[in-house]
Design a protein around this ligand. Sequence first.
Ligand code: GLY
Length: 373
Amino acid sequence: MHRSKPHIVVGGGIMGLAVGWKLLRNGIEQVEIFEAGEAGRSGAAWVAGGMLCPRAEAGFEDMDVYEEGVESLNLYPLLLNELREDAGDVAPAIDNCGTMMLATNADEVRELHRQFEFRKREGVPVELITGEEAREREPLLSAKVKSAMWLAKDAQINNRKLVLALRQAFRNRGGTLHEQEPVSEIVIRNGRAVAVLCGDVEHEASSITVAAGAWSSKVGGLWPNLSIRPVKGQVIGLRIQPFAKLKQPIRTPRVYIVPKDDGRLLVGATSEEVGYDKRVTAGPVMELLHYAWDVFPAVFELEIEELMASFRPATKDHRPIVGDSETNGLYYATGHYRHGILMMPLAAKKVTEAILKHRHTQTHFVSTAGAVL
Ligand code: GLY
């Protein structure tokens, strides 16, 4: 009996799981994910803060992060409804809590005001508030907080529930997950990506999507090689207590503190150019805790539950690589740098649309449905 080849995704982090699941939801029958570690738990999203904050993260050179970030954030409600259909109650809810950006000294106040003016000019919804107004909203903020920017439309999500729900949804839809199976090479023949190599076994594919995050440039067989480097982030996981609660993520230029709905309080994150060195080190942990304590003194009493590190996948210009490639049958969903969780719905949509378009072209199938949902 003729059996068609599966669509293969390289990488079982947030991007790979989302692409695999979306392909299945859009009528593709066989999807296989190859993951070097444990799907969902080995990638950057497991260690992330889960902030969905395009307004806070809009930088002077990064207005595309804002525009694409807002587009992607707008896709979240529908995506989460679908995730509930396929994964049940393990699917998380979005928390439309806003973000507060804080300044504690004259330099930071000047910078915050510039950031505020920039956002206003660009049409980003933003409010500048005083230290007192910030403490009215968050009574436990330090008296050192002099000024704050309030970004009411930002949101957050439980990063861990999200990747576990994607994993569950992928499997419930009939996807095949190969864990502890690193792909060493994409096999390209006659200009077409035809298989992935795991150990000495070749797995043939109808399409291949590289979604291996910071490890994407380690996947062989691609020419030119993907230029993605790991940018290490160390994060401290504290346990929230009744006397140390926050309503939303707070950020300063040196630290962010993110309360999660499972009782974790995340303090992050460093940005280190140290390659794949995953060790958690004393200096950055000390500094992050100090910076956090400076604006939110209650952290002093909290239990440290976890010390974590992971790697953001960064391209040279910090723009993601998403969708079609110059090689037939080869697609990308990688290089999202600091914004993987925010950008996941948009990336999954783009890659799924690209794969379906090629499939339809190849089979002369004319779709009236159009966009991928
Ligand atoms: N998006 C937060 C970080 O990369 O640390």
